[in-house]
Design a binder for this molecule. Structure first.
Ligand code: AKB
Length: 332
């Protein structure tokens, strides 16, 4: 409606049909609730369907549709896609790096078979498909500082292997069938209102809770273990932006994105600015240390910045401020 003034446009919303209907799998993990909120603000509450195999907390139901979806059950997923007229699929279900090593057969089922199911359904129903990848898709033989988009990928975790598999399969389905597959490799994601589960970068979330609860964090990584990280708002915004980038601007289908890199010792210094008596001690978990030692230290996301304008907003200082602003009132 070109004759409408900017301020009048909100009274004449576009018809519902213009808005994609979006299914989020594994939506009760670290990223799903926040993403659903952003997408619901943009596309309408009822157009974003959260799903998982665990029970949603009571308040989740008031915020919009939530369904049981088992990504290992092809028919269950197919039925949801058809009945709910899904257009976009954001596939978050996965076992992360550390927990994956503790249960390799389950990780293979969820992270590999699950991807086969969503990939095939996305092809069949012409869905736009987003699958997150990770710094964990690289390994000890990859360049670690910096790590570009295209580099040797020989990860040594089942999580990493399954994510390389997802990247390659998605790019193949894009090339072979024109599937609109989009993938971002995320670093460690730090959030205040949701928790990660079973990852190697999880310490960077727990440290804030421990600082406020007891003033002490026992870190399972060595003090100088440098890893790429980003604050959740940046992570979710990068996801929204890559989903909305016109296909012709995407020169690749899998992009690195990041915001910062730090070590536990550096993060502890930042925490001390808010909790002066804060203490960090180290009790190294050999499994997670070995995983971290094989991952990128600094992630090169130049292509995302150049091709579709990716820009992070929060550095380590901004991140700490966000975390404490949210958590301090909760811990009193
Ligand atoms: C993990 O630590 O496993 C994840 C990741 C970096 O992919 N947070």
């Amino acid at each position: 409606e070109p004759w409408l003034k900017e301020e009048e446009k909100e009274y004449y919303p576009k018809p519902e049909e213009d808005k994609p209907r979006i299914l989020i799998t594994g939506s009760l993990g670290q990223l799903g609730t926040g993403l659903a909120k952003l997408l619901r603000n943009k596309f309408g509450k009822d157009n974003v369907i959260m799903s998982d195999i665990i029970r949603a907390p009571k308040n989740e139901f008031n915020r919009g549709p939530f369904l049981y979806a088992d990504i290992l059950d092809f028919k269950n997923l197919q039925e949801i896609i058809v009945n709910q007229r899904v257009d976009w699929l954001v596939h978050f279900s996965a076992l992360l790096s550390a927990i994956g090593e503790a249960n390799i057969p389950l990780a293979m089922r969820v992270n590999i078979e699950g991807v086969h199911n969503v990939m095939e359904l996305a092809k069949q129903y012409h869905l736009k498909l987003f699958i997150p990848s990770t710094i964990g898709a690289f390994g000890p033989s990859s360049p670690r500082n910096p790590t570009p988009d295209l580099a040797i990928q020989r990860p040594q975790t089942i999580y990493g292997v399954s994510k390389v598999h997802a990247e390659l399969l998605g790019e193949y389905y894009n090339y072979r069938f024109g599937l609109d597959f989009r993938c971002l490799r995320f670093p460690g994601v730090i959030s205040a209102d949701t928790n990660p589960g079973g990852g190697t970068t999880d310490y960077a979330v727990k440290i804030f809770h421990d600082a406020l609860r007891t003033g002490h964090h026992e870190c399972y990584l060595e003090p100088d273990t440098r890893l790429p990280m980003m604050y959740i708002d940046d992570c979710l915004r990068s996801l929204m932006e890559v989903m909305e980038t016109p296909a012709e601007n995407l020169k690749m289908r899998t992009y690195n994105v990041t915001a910062m890199s730090f070590t536990p010792a550096e993060l502890a210094e930042e925490v001390k600015k808010y909790v002066p008596n804060f203490r960090i001690t180290y009790r190294v978990d050999p499994v997670r240390q070995q995983i971290a030692n094989s991952w990128p230290q600094v992630f090169d996301d130049t292509n995302a910045r150049n091709h579709w304008g990716w820009q992070h907003e929060h550095d380590i200082h901004g991140l700490a401020k966000k975390m404490f602003d949210y958590l301090m009132p909760l811990y009193g």
